[in-house]
Design a protein around this ligand. Structure first.
Ligand code: GLA
Length: 396
């Protein structure tokens, strides 16, 4: 947990203190996610397999008469405000507020009237860790600005993704926002990013899911993400010469890829090999999870990591060290990087009775090697976004 975490019960009084008001705000929660497998497959219309986390972004919101959206970010101790009338023409400021204003702009372009409001935002999803603190903020912003029940859940996920692409400027897929909206306790979400249909897959209770935060975020992240999206498109363009029907890497089987791979330039060929093989690994992982076959789940974790390391080239020294050290420890079934890459977290499948020793040994080795402390999060699949305020006694 981040040291600045706020428990939901506290957000009510924090809101009232901050805005000098005894108004009773509505409170919404949207979780972060950890992706178990299926990395960089979402914008290639393939498969992903995330769980929503109990680490989440909470927003307390109440109407106000000052004509603005007035926001306070608890974790950063920062304010931001904008006149409601200026939202449709607002430009990004490269700060946390872009996620909320981007969502507000999407809502306004869909014809929703935004009310002047005060928002108290508190998140314990660690930022820049590959656990989707941005999507949690986008989805919590959409719920709080809109109120419950005005848009279908899928539309909320799509709207968050559009805000990130069009306002924040990251050409992301839909996995993070989808997981934040559709999370379910005890289950992973097997999502088909082409049909946007999902299946819940219960996870075997016999392994703990531990995310390990390397505490590094390489600047390369956003530009390299865009570069990978382009390289995948170059691969699709090259494959089209052999089969005109191919519109995304999702349409390409591993067998067909192997037959025609020499016709693809070397870099896009490696990117395509990752995406196409990763799609198959998601399907194999889902089958292994249903059979509670932990050794096979662990093997697929490591295969996924190697594919990101060598073919997609999105890992880094710290992350490779965490993976290589983890998989030698007793009771560890598998380890891989999770999220966009170039730092952030690994996700590990660990036998519950080995978790303490895992924490100690890996934490110690990492600190010795890099002189910084990794953070460990015990991840439990949690429910998706929604309104919380009903659980608060009125006038409390
Ligand atoms: C980021 C993006 C997602 C997805 C992952 C990689 O989290 O926001 O859409 O592409 O990277 O799997």
């Amino acid at each position: 947990m981040s040291p600045l975490a706020i428990v939901p019960d506290e957000i009510l009084s924090a809101f009232q203190n901050r805005f000098h008001s005894d108004r009773q705000p509505d409170i919404y929660r949207a979780p972060g996610r950890v992706n178990l497998i299926g990395e960089h497959t979402d914008y290639n219309l393939g498969f992903v397999f995330p769980i929503a986390l109990d680490m989440a972004c909470h927003i307390a919101i109440a109407p106000a008469d000052h004509g603005k959206l007035r926001m306070y970010a608890h974790d950063l101790g920062e304010d931001f405000e904008i006149a409601v009338a200026d939202i449709s023409t607002a430009k990004p400021t490269s700060t946390w507020s872009d996620y909320t204003i981007g969502v507000a702009q999407q809502l306004s372009s869909r014809g929703f009237t935004l009310a002047s409001s005060d928002l108290y935002i508190a998140s314990d999803v660690p930022a820049g860790s590959g656990l989707s603190s941005s999507a949690a903020l986008e989805v919590a912003s959409a719920f709080s600005l809109l109120g419950s029940g005005k848009l279908e859940p899928l539309e909320i996920a799509k709207l968050g993704q559009r805000a990130e692409i069009e306002f924040v400027g990251v050409p992301c897929g839909i996995m993070d926002q989808y997981a934040s909206v559709f999370g379910r306790e005890g289950a992973a979400i097997q999502l088909d990013c082409r049909s946007l249909k999902h299946e819940y897959v219960p996870l075997p209770g016999t392994a703990s899911i531990i995310a390990v935060n390397s505490m590094v975020k390489h600047e390369l992240g956003t530009s390299a993400y865009r570069e990978r999206v382009n390289e995948c498109q170059q691969a699709v363009n090259a494959i089209k010469a052999a089969d005109k029907a191919v519109e995304s890497l999702r349409d390409v089987s591993l067998t067909f890829f192997e037959q025609i791979q020499d016709s693809i330039p070397a870099v896009p060929r490696r990117r395509a090999r990752h995406v196409i093989s990763e799609n198959q690994r998601v399907l194999d992982f889902a089958a292994a999870a249903k059979a509670a076959d932990l050794p096979e789940m662990g093997r697929l974790f490591v295969a996924s990591h190697r594919s990101m390391q060598y073919d997609y080239e999105i890992s880094c020294e710290e992350i490779d060290f965490l993976v290589d050290t983890a998989i030698k420890l007793p009771g560890v079934y598998g380890s891989r990087m999770t999220g966009g890459g170039f730092g952030g977290c690994t996700v590990n499948l660990v036998s519950p009775d080995a978790v303490d020793a895992f924490h100690k040994s890996l934490g110690h080795a990492y600190e010795k090697r890099f002189g910084k402390r990794a953070a460990f999060y015990d991840c439990k699949a949690a429910p998706g976004a929604g309104r919380l305020s009903n659980s608060f006694p009125k006038g409390a």
